[in-house]
Design a protein around this ligand. Structure first.
Ligand SMILES: [Zn+2]
Length: 529
């Protein structure tokens, strides 16, 4: 496997291919050699990793990562960015890897949300949607972190979402309502993870919290190193002290936006955060458990934003490169790579005669220069004509006045273009325009299809997920088959010699608690906002 060529972030050649040479200096000052981005990539490539003092497990999550986006990432990485291989596919192909399939249902539904999905991993128990490490009646469940920390195992969380969002939260928090993120932040402080890196500063900030508590100051007085931006994270020495870094008020920006908007250069990449986390956690003699989450593949999929989903998956693949560098120095490390659930029916559709336009249609998304999230922010309060110009600029393709009118309509509060629950608008409309529209090519005819990623909804989906396990004793974990998401709890317990069984409830016992917590549209929107 050729890691050295592929484990850094996008290199300059990638960016030239992606954007055209002229655009690079203007749009991507931080990616030029000798700059902080190059330095960050260097840390990943060289590792900067020392021999760990104990064993480690790295639990890697592509949140809401449909298998369609996994394949699309590999195609873009190899077909557009010119890599020989993606880090993920190299591991999937490696006969030393264990490859399985993981069921994702929660106690209450075949379609889970991230809260019970992550709690299944952290507690070994199925609970109902919207609930973290607790039974439906509120009884707390012991998490793997809570079992390991008293035994001297260091615990780390790294994410591109708010650190109080469901996937990291379910390893620490016992809320039955995942939206209570101010309270979850207090549980984070009470638990004191050894590393806590991601977004969500507003839930720790005295000026933003309703109760005025300054949780960041509390972390500092508890002996934490506090990194407030990317430079501070990269400059921080790899000491054994605990580390907290919250780099955005809400979620860390999409990768495509961090690449294109120099205002976001204070936010670190997922590979950089992972590097910083591993350098610290590996100093603990009792070993460590680190959860690393690319949390916004899910959000981009909710938004039907194909390019943002692909690029956040590219960033996750870069993160696997960092982990490869770590494993070279520390082979006694087990890596578990999976996703908590599918999302949006994300699919690369066959197009053209005999489907032969499908590859070029997928590659055409590379023209995107911003996420829908960033584009919509700029569209607010704008005329239909301005919306048309903005969407063309940001997606890299012209759109018709009629399409721009559809987007403008979809920006009206309460707009619903489909029966059911398409709550993410105008995102879904934009995704459909990019997938469906046909325009004259530069010679006038025939028409060319712009893109081919289609979506069945803006919601999570039920399909079972890829479960890739590699590293130390990967083949001995019994994960090379269809397993339940709850089975991963036992794997982590066994690796550290822990025995624990949490209490369970049946769906019949849970039912009275379901209606009491029906989730509204606003709550769903908070998921990605
Ligand atoms: Zn989601």
């Amino acid at each position: 496997m050729d890691n050295d060529a592929s484990n850094s972030g996008l290199n300059r050649r990638d960016m030239l291919r992606l954007l055209g040479a002229g655009a690079v200096a203007a749009l991507l000052p931080s990616l030029l050699p000798g700059t902080p981005e190059a330095r960050g990539a260097e840390i990943g490539r060289e590792g900067g990793f020392e021999r760990a003092k104990g064993q480690g497990i790295i639990f890697v999550v592509g949140d809401g990562m449909p298998t369609g986006v996994v394949r699309a990432m590999h195609e873009i990485r190899t077909g557009v960015f010119g890599r020989k291989d993606s880090n993920l596919y190299a591991r999937l192909r490696d006969p030393k890897s264990s490859l399985g399939y993981m069921a994702t249902a929660s106690l209450s539904s075949i379609v889970t949300d991230s809260a019970p999905a992550s709690a299944a991993w952290s507690t070994g128990v199925h609970t109902v949607n919207h609930t973290l490490a607790a039974l439906p009646d509120g009884r707390p469940l012991k998490t793997i972190f809570e079992l390991l920390k008293p035994r001297g195992v260091a615990c780390g969380l790294v994410t591109t979402t708010r650190v109080t969002h469901a996937t990291p939260a379910a390893w620490v928090s016992h809320q039955t309502d995942r939206d209570l993120e101010d309270a979850i932040a207090e549980e984070m402080l009470a638990f004191k993870p050894d590393v806590l890196l991601g977004g969500g500063r507003k839930h720790f900030d005295a000026a933003k919290r309703k109760d005025g508590k300054d949780l960041l100051a509390a972390f500092a007085s508890a002996g934490y190193d506090v990194a407030n931006d990317r430079d501070a994270l990269l400059a921080a020495p790899a000491s054994a002290k605990p580390l907290v870094g919250l780099f955005s008020s809400s979620h860390v920006a999409y990768y495509v936006d961090r690449l294109n908007d120099s205002n976001l250069s204070k936010q670190p990449s997922l590979p950089e955060m992972t590097t910083a986390a591993l350098r610290r956690l590996s100093k603990n003699p009792g070993g460590f458990l680190l959860q690393v989450e690319a949390g916004r593949i899910d959000h981009a999929s909710h938004s039907n934003d194909a390019w943002s989903a692909i690029m956040d998956t590219v960033e996750l693949d870069d993160t696997l490169g960092v982990i490869d560098a770590y494993l070279k120095v520390n082979p006694r490390t087990l890596v578990i790579f999976t996703s908590d659930h599918g999302n949006s029916g994300w699919g690369v559709n066959g197009t053209g005669p005999e489907y032969n336009d499908a590859t070029s249609a997928l590659r055409s998304y590379r023209a995107g220069k911003a996420s829908f999230e960033a584009t919509i922010k700029r569209m607010k309060g704008k005329s239909v004509g301005e919306i048309q110009t903005l969407m063309a600029e940001m997606s890299g393709y012209p759109i018709s006045p009629a399409d721009a009118e559809l987007v403008a309509q979809a920006m009206q509060p309460g707009f619903k273009s489909f029966p059911g629950d398409f709550v993410y608008q105008p995102d879904a409309t934009m995704g459909r325009i990019l997938a469906d529209s046909q325009y004259p090519d530069k010679h006038g005819a025939p028409t060319v299809r712009r893109g081919n990623v289609g979506f069945t909804s803006c919601n999570h989906t039920a399909e079972d997920q890829l479960l890739l396990v590699y590293g130390h004793k990967a083949k001995e974990q019994g994960l090379d088959r269809l397993v339940a998401n709850t089975d991963l709890f036992g794997v982590m317990c066994r690796a550290f010699g822990v025995h624990h069984a949490n209490p369970t409830m049946t769906l019949a016992e849970a039912r009275p608690f379901l209606l009491a917590k029906a989730v509204d549209t606003e709550s769903l929107r908070r998921h990605i906002a």
